[in-house]
Ligand binder design. Sequence first.
Ligand SMILES: C[S@@+](CC[C@H](N)C(=O)[O-])C[C@H]1O[C@@H](n2cnc3c(N)ncnc32)[C@H](O)[C@@H]1O
Length: 276
Amino acid sequence: MRESSLRICTSSNLSIVEFHKGMKINDLDLRRWKEYDEILTDSLWIFDRRERGLTRSGEYHGNFIPQIPRQAILRYTRKDEWVIDPFAGSGTTLIEAKILGRNSVGIELKKENVKKIEELLSKTPGEGRHFVVHGDSMDPETFNLPYKCFQLAILHPPYWKAIRFSEDPRDMSNLPDLQTFLEGFSKVLDNTLRVLDNGRFLVLVIGDIYDDGEVIPLGFLTMDIVIKRGLKLKGIVVKNIEENRGKRNKISLWRYRALKNGIFIFKHEYVIFFKK
Ligand SMILES: C[S@@+](CC[C@H](N)C(=O)[O-])C[C@H]1O[C@@H](n2cnc3c(N)ncnc32)[C@H](O)[C@@H]1O
């Protein structure tokens, strides 16, 4: 039996009896289900704008909107539980976790981001313990973390070479070909699954890309890898946001390119939900 399936997490609010009877994986009270308007249950998420305020600057190119980790945290964790994000970026997940009174660990390869996240966290109102680790999430050694037992994992990897995040060869946006990128993703996934509790959720946020006029369906390819690890696919959400930093002010150019090359302008990304 794998080590993770033997482990009962000390961070859980549940007693061992409750754990075996059926885990409660959020703080929602279903007797009050009509009151939870902010929780999205449709598979199409259309956001007209990024949620701002507090320490959510939105400046990091390639970040996701805070609404995404927020939805996942509210739906799949209880207060005081632990969230891991192996591609922390600008720390959006950690900031939402703090606001919502969860604990979190983020891993990020870019050293300068680590300091920035810590600064943002120090200014963010909220609760919990939050750690930012500098390292390569493909490397199992990086997962010798200050905390080792998580109830939610949020993975927002580079969409391969769509945005180059650094010059570091370990940066997944620098991996030389699609096969190597998918192998890199698999390594991060396996490292993450070792610290994710059974019965809990993993959320993958990813978009497709064009390469040489051809769609590379990163969403489907990575989703397939997770399913092959034995996780249950619980939801495929298509998310749209109008205010896309990369494409803002360039709409006409993109439309011209689309018409000229017989392609379509990406407006969506996937938020894919799995249960371990
Ligand atoms: C799509 S961004 C994540 C953005 C994040 N969700 C946010 O809202 O700011 C992907 C991040 O993964 C980081 N990264 C790339 N390769 C990595 C690796 N091997 N280990 C850890 N982080 C990596 C990049 O530096 C980048 O910040």
